[in-house]
Design a protein around this ligand. Structure first.
Ligand code: PHE
Length: 347
């Protein structure tokens, strides 16, 4: 086969192949196969040197014409594919700018935040102010100043997460196990009359189950003034219970023990589901415990520089998750922090 025929054969094959190319990837493959360094056309061009001078000139001319033709065809095809692509997006991926925008899903407050706000309001409405304190707390405020000394068994009920420090144990840091340290923090820097509440997160080293989480939200209540008695404590907490669980609520107080109060009580409300006859929510008791409280221990009042013969106070601490569970009928405390949108969007 003459060189001229060889070139013609290569050319007609290349033209046929190009006609079948339908996308950019295939076009690039074609370019490499037909015009690339290892293509038959290139090897023909390389072998031209072996031909006699006049034939070489003629064959070279034909080869160059062909190369230009194929280069041109490549450009044409490239443009054609580009146009095709634009046409396709115009029909298939068309954006209709006249369509109304998709609504942006508005978020909502977490059920615990909602309940926390209602709790706060129930006390603010009775003249209490809101304070806050650190979640990383000193051992001193969390235990020591609340009359829970080192090695006291009361600490066992409140194991927590300690933060290692080289220092001596009096400045030991931990995640607060309750909001009660803020009683001390506030009394240290204020004189009576005091009416404050302190909402916030607290932590305990718990094996979690349907009624235990390692992080819970509490609200502390503290009032100190001349002549406060258990009657003031009862009245204030009764009003709180009625605001959250309905005006018709009854309350029950029983003795309880907390190192920083004397006497200490636990307060229960009559079961708002069964009205006291006994059901699953109240565990057949008719009563549901909702908080711990008591009169501020006179020893603490003295330490704070108040004369316990003149000033008395009451304090209470309540768990917000527990209240939210009762209000909304949630049977597992762990739901609150699993961030499952199917759970959260119900509130
Ligand atoms: N801090 C106590 C607890 O977390 C509750 C409490 C607060 C009890 C104030 C009495 C007075 O268990």
């Amino acid at each position: 086969m003459s060189v001229k025929d060889q070139i013609e054969a290569i050319a007609s094959e290349a033209r046929d192949q190009l006609a079948g190319v339908t996308d950019a990837g295939a076009l690039e493959e074609w370019r490499i196969a037909v015009l690339g360094r290892k293509s038959p056309l290139q090897s023909v061009l390389r072998s031209l040197g072996e031909l006699p001078a006049d034939m070489r000139r003629e064959a070279g001319r034909i080869a160059n014409v062909l190369k230009q033709e194929l280069d041109g065809a490549l450009d044409v095809k490239r443009e054609e594919l580009g146009r095709q692509k634009i046409a396709e997006t115009e029909t298939s991926g068309r954006i209709d700018v006249s369509l109304p925008a998709r609504p942006i899903g508005a978020g909502r407050l977490h059920p615990i935040t909602q309940t926390q706000r209602d709790v706060v309001h129930a006390f603010v409405a009775q003249g209490f102010s809101v304070i806050e304190g650190p979640e990383v707390e000193l051992d001193y405020y969390n235990f020591e100043a609340l009359r829970i000394p080192k090695d006291h068994p009361a600490r066992e009920l409140m194991d927590t997460f300690y933060i290692d420090r080289e220092d001596d144990s009096d400045t030991k840091l931990l995640l607060r196990t309750h909001t009660s340290p803020n009683q001390i923090r506030f009394m240290e820097s204020h004189d009576p009359p005091i009416r404050v509440i302190c909402p916030g997160r607290t932590y305990r080293n718990e094996a979690t189950d349907p009624s235990h989480e390692w992080m819970i939200t509490q609200t502390e209540v503290l009032a100190v003034d001349r002549g406060l008695t258990l009657a003031h404590l009862k009245g204030t907490l009764f009003e709180f219970a009625k605001r959250l669980f309905g005006r018709e609520r009854k309350i029950r107080f029983r003795c309880d023990f907390f190192r920083f109060v004397e006497p200490g009580v636990d307060m229960a409300i009559d079961c708002f589901l069964c009205g006291g006859s006994g059901c699953r929510t109240c565990k057949q008791e008719g009563w549901i415990e909702i908080l711990g409280a008591g009169m501020v221990h006179p020893e603490i009042l003295s330490k704070m520089g108040y004369d316990p013969d003149i000033y008395t106070g009451f304090a209470a601490g309540l768990g917000v998750e527990r209240i939210a569970m009762l209000r909304y009928g949630v049977d597992d405390i762990r739901h609150f922090y699993e961030n499952d949108i199917r759970f959260l969007r119900q509130f």
